[in-house]
Design a protein around this ligand. Structure first.
Ligand SMILES: *[C@@H]1O[C@H](CO)[C@@H](O)[C@H](O)[C@H]1NC(C)=O
Ligand SMILES: *[C@@H]1O[C@H](CO)[C@@H](O)[C@H](O)[C@H]1NC(C)=O
Ligand SMILES: *[C@@H]1O[C@H](CO)[C@@H](O)[C@H](O)[C@H]1NC(C)=O
Ligand SMILES: *[C@@H]1O[C@H](CO)[C@@H](O)[C@H](O)[C@H]1NC(C)=O
Ligand SMILES: *[C@@H]1O[C@H](CO)[C@@H](O)[C@H](O)[C@H]1NC(C)=O
Ligand SMILES: [Zn+2]
Length: 504
């Protein structure tokens, strides 16, 4: 198809040069124009999807709604997500997208999937929950039988139950906890003037939630609630990047990584028994990219071991943390070559190119991820600046995981119409839409990110075929085996047909 397009352009140019199409005398040939426009529409994501009559009817309706929304003075993709949220919640397109079966969430992190209000209202109200207040106006939590040992730079621990009983109304305290657990604020531009400041608060939020979610009973309930929230948002399968930290019991006893993985597997099985149309979840084991090569070798060895022991749930390996501040993939080349050298399979799912510092070592991550045979690329925000990496990604069928809200909140781009994924989508580059850390961004599930992607990328050129392809891509580019994909597609198709007929 591509060469056909190229040929038609060459033929067109030839005709111009030979003077058979009189360009300078005024009017280009309208039929030539039509065919070029068709070719271009065909190239974009979803451009080749054939729609049924029902789907075409729904598309007409959707495009009409979209056109109305795009001319509003407050068009959400042009605004910061924290300001756009109430407008998105009122959008009829958003309600449609919430009901739409979105397939899989392929780029989400373990401790930022569950609504932080649930975390505060449910988790911090359990027995034996202690809080301390840090020197830099943040908080830490810990469950313990008795008074825990003090932390450096933190007040002495207070039992929350006692603290709450002393104040007449806990709402303000709870809201302050929620503000510590998310980035949400009324005026994001003045709260977060640059990437360093927003990343600092972002990493701080993980420290706040950490003491709560690594308490063994909470770890399980949190994962269950994560599955429930994504399932409710019409997501049928999840690939979750997880630190799989040690968890602790009330008496201070610790459980290792294998315990965490086993716990995820048990909770998942229970959830699937209770929700027959949920397809499952797999885990990508992650470590922080601030570690050194010796530690990386240990981490990769542990990943190989976990992959061998839990082949069903364990999908592979990745690094997390801010790319600009961490070590580049090339630094870890010795560790990352281990599986290949030992003849062991360990699929990689690298975050790469979550930066707009071009020409740095970190900017090279997109190419290096591909050289290490990554299964997908997390973010790939910098990819459009690397034509060869882009070609390679397409040739190797390595999809880019695009997380629009994350990229905006973490200040890679402000107006989402200018997001580089808009270019990738116009070329039909393999990609999926995901939500990264929805709970920290004040979002949930996948629908908010689908809304931003659908409204911002391609504008009126994105249509129901685009949504259908994006949804199918999430299964196509998952780590599931071909047989499992076929099963997943069958379930998805049923959900999709139901969605279309119910939306007309
Ligand atoms: C928290 O959620 C769990 C699981 O849904 C539930 O069993 C428990 O009663 C809730 N606890 C509180 C304090 O809300
Ligand atoms: C507690 O305070 C919040 C505002 O901080 C208020 O909205 C709420 O009504 C109060 N609740 C009670 C029971 O007084
Ligand atoms: C975090 O919680 C503390 C304690 O309640 C509070 O003083 C502080 O203002 C909160 N931080 C934010 C950013 O709201
Ligand atoms: C790597 O990091 C570990 C833990 O911080 C440290 O003990 C070790 O000395 C470091 N190794 C090298 C070679 O820097
Ligand atoms: C990547 O895959 C190619 C082709 O299968 C293989 O030759 C190469 O050794 C792999 N590289 C790594 C680092 O795994
Ligand atoms: Zn991520």
């Amino acid at each position: 198809m591509r060469s056909l397009v190229r040929n038609s352009v060459v033929v067109f140019m030839l005709l111009v040069v030979l003077g058979w199409i009189p360009l300078c005398s005024g009017r280009p040939d309208p039929s030539q124009r039509e065919s070029l426009m068709r070719e271009e529409a065909f190239r974009r994501t979803g451009g080749g999807v054939l729609l049924t009559q029902e789907e075409l009817d729904l598309n007409t309706k959707v495009q009409k709604l979209k056109a109305q929304e795009m001319v509003l003075p407050e068009f959400p993709p042009t605004m910061h997500f924290f300001k756009a949220t109430p407008f998105i919640q009122r959008s009829p397109i958003f309600s449609l997208l919430k009901r739409m079966p979105k397939g899989a969430a392929l780029h989400v992190h373990d401790f930022s999937m569950v609504d932080m209000e649930w975390v505060v209202k449910n988790v911090t109200y359990r027995e034996n929950c202690y809080v301390c207040f840090t020197d830099d106006q943040s908080v830490r939590f810990l469950f313990s039988f008795g008074q825990p040992k003090p932390l450096p730079h933190c007040s002495s621990w207070s039992l929350l139950k006692t603290l709450r009983s002393k104040i007449a109304n806990s709402t303000a305290l709870d809201n302050s906890f929620i503000r510590n657990l998310t980035l949400v604020t009324k005026d994001p531009d003045s709260a977060y003037p640059n990437q360093d400041i927003v990343w600092k608060k972002f990493e701080q939020a993980f420290l706040v939630v950490y003491g709560l979610v690594t308490y063994a009973p909470v770890f399980k309930d949190y994962f269950y609630e994560a599955l429930r929230e994504f399932y409710t948002d019409n997501v049928m399968y999840i690939e979750m990047r997880a630190l799989l930290p040690e968890t602790y019991e009330l008496d201070g006893r610790r459980n290792d990584r294998a315990w965490s993985l086993q716990a995820c597997q048990d909770v998942l099985r229970q959830f699937m028994r209770e929700h027959a149309d949920f397809f499952g979840a797999r885990i990508i084991f992650t470590v922080h990219r601030g570690i050194n090569d010796t530690e990386a070798i240990k981490a990769v060895e542990e990943a190989m071991k976990l992959h061998r022991e839990f082949p069903e749930i364990m999908a592979g390996f990745d690094f997390v943390g801010r790319e600009d501040a961490g070590r580049p993939l090339w630094y870890f080349r010795e560790a990352l070559s281990l599986p290949e050298e030992r003849g062991v399979t360990l699929p990689y799912f690298f975050h790469a190119g979550e930066t707009n510092y071009e020409g740095t070592e970190v900017d090279q991550n997109v190419l290096d991820a591909l050289l290490f045979n990554t299964t997908r690329i997390g973010h790939g925000f910098a990819m459009v600046h690397h034509p060869l990496a882009k070609e390679l990604s397409r040739k190797m069928n390595v999809a880019v995981e695009v997380c629009p809200i994350s990229n905006q909140v973490l200040k890679l781009v402000s107006d989402l119409r200018n997001h580089p994924a808009a270019v990738l989508m116009s070329e039909g580059h393999p990609l999926v839409i995901s939500s990264d850390d929805p709970a920290i961004f004040g979002a949930s599930g996948l629908s908010y990110d689908f809304y931003e992607a659908f409204m911002a990328f391609g504008g009126m050129n994105s249509h129901l075929g685009t949504l259908k392809e994006l949804s199918m891509n999430s299964i196509r580019y998952s780590s599931l085996s071909p047989e499992m994909k076929e099963k997943a597609f069958a379930i998805w198709q049923k959900k999709w047909d139901k969605f279309v007929s119910e939306s007309l």
